[in-house]
Unconditional design. Structure first.
Length: 178
């Protein structure tokens, strides 16, 4: 019998000073059985950094032909493809062919190694690559509850997160040339 995902519910008060976007988000996020809390929270913060009325989570890890997050146009074209982690070069080449804009948010302990091995090839693709510090994502994961309210303020590329269990700061470093 396959393990079922764990469901998390977030009520987020978003203040994105960089994009002048202020919103209240109600997100229901499924944590895949093979996914860590750190990866799930990297998805949530990437969602906040790109918040838009048509932005949505996909089936994620259970569907390898989809990104983690995407936006479609009204006629079904993929406008934004967001992968979390360290995707392969082949996957990103495919994404570039399918979407108008492609972003990667890398976050874990192998992030620096992945970037150094892939940097020259990725800089030849129209892909925006960002990195969350691993330690900051781990701190954020310690604040997670199954149902929670959080305040996310984004300024100068850094997300400041406040929850009932505490606060943390999550810088988002832009790595690629795009």
């Amino acid at each position: 019998m396959a393990l079922k995902p764990t469901i998390y519910k977030f009520e987020i008060s978003l203040s994105d000073l960089d994009r002048e976007r202020y919103d209240s988000l109600k997100l229901t996020v499924a944590l895949h059985p093979s996914e860590s809390l750190e990866r799930m929270m990297a998805r949530v913060i990437a969602f906040c950094l790109n918040a838009d009325e048509r932005l949505e989570f996909t089936r994620g890890l259970s569907e390898t032909s989809e990104p983690d997050i995407w936006t479609h146009s009204l006629d079904g074209q993929i406008l934004l493809w967001i992968d979390i982690g360290e995707p392969s070069l082949e996957r990103l080449k495919k994404a570039v062919g399918l979407a108008d804009r492609v972003c990667v948010y890398s976050f874990n302990s192998k992030s620096d190694t992945w970037w150094h091995q892939s940097e020259s090839a990725l800089n030849r693709l129209p892909v925006a690559v960002y990195q969350f510090p691993n330690e900051s994502v781990r701190e954020l994961a310690k604040l997670v509850e199954r149902t929670m309210e959080m305040s996310v303020t984004i300024t100068e590329g850094t997300a400041y997160i406040a929850t009932q269990l505490g606060e943390c700061e999550l810088p988002c470093r832009h790595l690629s040339l795009i």
